[in-house]
Design a binder for this molecule. Sequence first.
Ligand SMILES: *Cc1c(COP(=O)(O)O)cnc(C)c1O
Length: 420
Amino acid sequence: MTRSVFAHVDGVLHAERVSAVSLAERFGTPLYVYSRAALTAAWQAYAGACAGRRASVHVAVKANSNLAVLNVFARMNAGFDIVSGGELARVLAAGGKAENTVFSGIGKSAAEMRDALVAGVKCFNVESIPELDRLNEVAGAIGKRAPVSLRVNPDVDAKTHPYISTGLKSNKFGVAFDDARATYRAAAAMPHLEVVGIDCHIGSQITEVSPYLDAVDRLLELVEQIEADGVKIRHIDVGGGLGITYDDETPPEIDVFVRTVLDRIDARGHGHRDVYFEPGRSLVGNAGILLTRVEFLKPGIEKNFLIVDAAMNDLARPAMYNAYHSIEPVVARSAPKQVYDVVGPVCESGDWLGRERELAAEPGDLLAIRSAGAYGFVMSSNYNTRPRAAEVMVDGDTVHLIRAREEVTQLFAGESRLPD
Ligand SMILES: *Cc1c(COP(=O)(O)O)cnc(C)c1O
């Protein structure tokens, strides 16, 4: 659905109504390009499916934390899900509200807790007893009560890549299911905490609804036990993780996913509770592409390489997760295709963006790497002292530069030589 905002018009790839060739000429490459229409459409799919229900959506900031992207969501009254004090600062700078923000993450520092309490976040998603102790202490020291939810590990198989599966017992995340009831009793006994909910997050790039329904069932079972212990649970947070189409995956449509989860909660007699969603990838993933230019063709005996100006420091997902991103020419060529590994200039064999791709390309040609809006720029680095790419947002026929390309001198501005 959101992919169609990046389509070929008269043989040239466009982002909404702007040609990708003109974007590359104006802003250079590598260049992240986002579509406001695609961000809006994905948000509206979530918000529309939640309308009239006690449900709210918190954008997972870590998937794409550019201020303009967050601002597009903030203008539509989005909530946010953060995993650091830095992300809280971004949400506030982007026009988001602390009272609509939930704070997740397994290792919150005392300083991060204090800042989030002072800002007035909606809920702390807590993952362990030591974390409860720390939060209780920090809240007590500034005379506040911290709203808490426990992230429970429902021990369900999200059927996704092991690096992005988070709901299994073997995983570092969450309170073990069997310990959850006792942990809730402990939380309820702490004077500076107020238990408000329960949460889980079972993984990422999940392409079926069934693992969510399994997780919901497990959570509701617990909710009944916890309330039997006299602790009130107001909201159920089902986390994020809904997958997108990178290649030939067929995840459920956003609205179908949301309604199926809400209907299950209703059917189990818990429709009076608030339900939270924390989507990241499914809001932003297919709202962005990465434009790159071909530097060289390097034919080989076993493989042909297409060397481009984007690299693993710009888009880490292929190197990190063996992830697939569709790669296509910005201007279609009629020349015969060859099979290439598309690689970057970084000095690592793991620096590849696509393997065994059939492409017709010449040096100087532009390529578009699709589905780069989530976990793209945010995971980029300066490895090999490569300045990070610029980011732009297209809105109809208007283009906004939303992050300037870094300059090399910025990269070592905080460093210094030893004294003479
Ligand atoms: C990463 C994360 C999300 C978002 O995951 P997506 O797969 O991008 O939807 C939501 N909640 C928590 C706690 C997370 O860590």
